[in-house]
Design a protein. Structure first.
Length: 483
């Protein structure tokens, strides 16, 4: 009888060990997991403002101003794809109020311009080019409208919601519905040429407006200062904080009572909030040039600058959103095309060969065969190594067999179960002893640790030093930055 009890206990333990860990804290939805897979995307600004050489249009430009000499959506999207971008958010209407599709909601739209003889639909052209090239498509329709005479009155919300419905209905599945905090001010407003203020906590009725998004585009991630799915990182410099949590709790700033797009707890946005109420990862938006719109006197960021931003956004568990600005031809300038191509090549060649791929991995603890260390090098996000429930600290030793030279270490948690790890160190074996080369906090969807100089070793050790629950890790990589 005693032997049966022992056998039952052993079998129970073995079965239990194969059960997945329980989720920790807020976890990502299906749409958010799809967003995490995109990593790098672009937001494209191209309206009459481009032809005025301004950053913000006043809303008074003649529709005939919008007259690209050689618009080529395919040229723009191919350049974006060469840069490694996997999605495009098109600004279908900016603050100037000019709609890039022939809408029923406002006369101030592309049909009143010379584009395609007044028969054009730029949103559709971009959408088709995006899909043809295998990218995902998203939309930004500014809630502020400096042209519309109804803006500031109780009649405008219906106009804005109708515009969203048209965009949600006619351009296929969207991966993002992008919203910012622009909330009124001076504008043309049908000729009134005045300043109009609104109560940004109520005017756009965000709860019901975003209910339209959820109903019509359930896989579209809602981006704004307060999510719902993706939060603004709090700057337009293109980087998250060194410690970066994917969880967040939107709160009103000091002196305000409600958190809405245009007012939120921005000081906490770059880092996020550990154990925040929602899974709400950061988007790091930054123009490829200095401004969001094309200006002839500006140059794009260098491939090296873009790679650094990649490390400080995607490499901190966030997304990188690059501003693309077509010129007055309706194409990306040759300088932009070259910068994107060289950046894309740098990322591709840096990460195409994992120097740890054939390493022997030993773990100080494992949950069982299904969660074995072999999953750390299989190139699959959906498989992961995990410790037993009561093990919150662990070490992983990689025997590379031969000495390898690397300067980037990549770590990925299994985020469907939440962001768990709070502290870790990385060591290399040098002169017959272990030498610490890095100490970090958060990992999340991806952590890219860039070393100041390349190091050479045949053994690497990763020590998870702090986690409130058992540990999960899906991938480990060692890479050498490509020139």
């Amino acid at each position: 009888m005693k032997s049966l009890s022992i056998l039952f206990l052993l079998l129970s333990t073995a079965i239990y060990a194969q059960l997945p860990p329980q989720p920790y804290g807020a976890v990502p939805s299906k749409r958010q997991l799809a967003w995490h897979d995109v990593e790098v995307y672009g937001i494209m600004h191209f309206t009459p403002t481009t032809f005025e050489n301004k950053e913000w249009g006043f809303g008074d430009a003649d529709p005939k101003t919008f007259n690209p000499t050689d618009f080529n959506a395919d040229q723009i999207i191919k350049a974006a794809k060469a840069g490694g971008l996997k999605g495009i958010v098109l600004v279908a209407k900016h603050h100037d109020g000019f709609a890039l599709w022939p809408t029923q909601t406002t006369a101030y739209n592309i049909s009143k311009s010379p584009f395609r003889g007044g028969k054009g639909n730029l949103v559709k052209e971009v959408e088709l080019a995006v899909r043809k090239n295998g990218l995902k498509f998203g939309i930004y329709c500014s809630p502020w409208d400096r042209n519309n005479p109804l803006y500031g009155t109780d009649k405008y919300l219906a106009v804005y919601q109708a515009q969203l419905k048209e965009l949600y209905s006619n351009f296929g599945e969207l991966f993002m519905s992008w919203h910012d905090g622009a909330n009124g001010g001076d504008g043309y407003y049908g000729g009134a040429k005045e300043k109009r203020s609104i109560d940004n906590t109520t005017y756009y009725d965000w709860n019901n407006t975003w209910a339209i998004t959820r109903k019509m585009q359930p896989m579209a991630n809602i981006f704004s200062d307060i999510g719902l799915d993706v939060r603004w990182v709090g700057n337009e410099d293109g980087h998250a904080a060194p410690t970066s949590w994917a969880t967040f709790t939107p709160m009103a700033p000091d002196g305000k009572s409600v958190a809405v797009p245009g007012q939120a707890n921005y000081p906490q946005s770059p880092e996020g909030i550990r154990n925040g109420k929602f899974w709400m990862p950061a988007e790091c938006d930054v123009p490829l040039r200095k401004g969001w719109f094309y200006h002839p006197n500006e140059k794009p960021k260098s491939p090296e600058e873009l790679f650094d931003l990649y490390l400080k956004s995607v490499g901190r568990g966030a997304g990188l959103d690059l501003g693309l600005a077509p010129d007055t031809r309706g194409q990306l300038h040759d300088d932009d095309v070259a910068a994107l191509k060289n950046f894309g090549d740098m990322v591709k060649h840096t990460f195409e060969h994992n120097l740890a791929k054939n390493a022997l991995v030993k773990a100080s603890d494992s949950r069982g065969k299904k969660y074995d260390v072999a999953t750390l090098l299989d190139g699959k996000k959906e498989t992961y190594w995990a410790t037993r429930d009561n093990v919150h600290e662990a070490s992983l030793e990689l025997d590379l067999k031969t000495a390898k030279t690397f300067d980037i270490i990549s770590l990925q948690e299994y985020i469907p179960l939440g962001q768990r790890i709070e502290g870790y160190t990385i060591e290399i074996f040098e002169n017959n002893t272990w030498k610490k080369i890095y100490e970090g906090t958060s990992i999340g969807a991806k952590r890219l640790v860039k070393l100041d100089t390349p190091l050479t070793s045949n053994k690497v050790r990763i020590n998870i030093t702090r986690s409130p629950v058992c540990i999960t890790l899906s991938e480990i990589g060692l890479y050498k930055k490509a020139g």
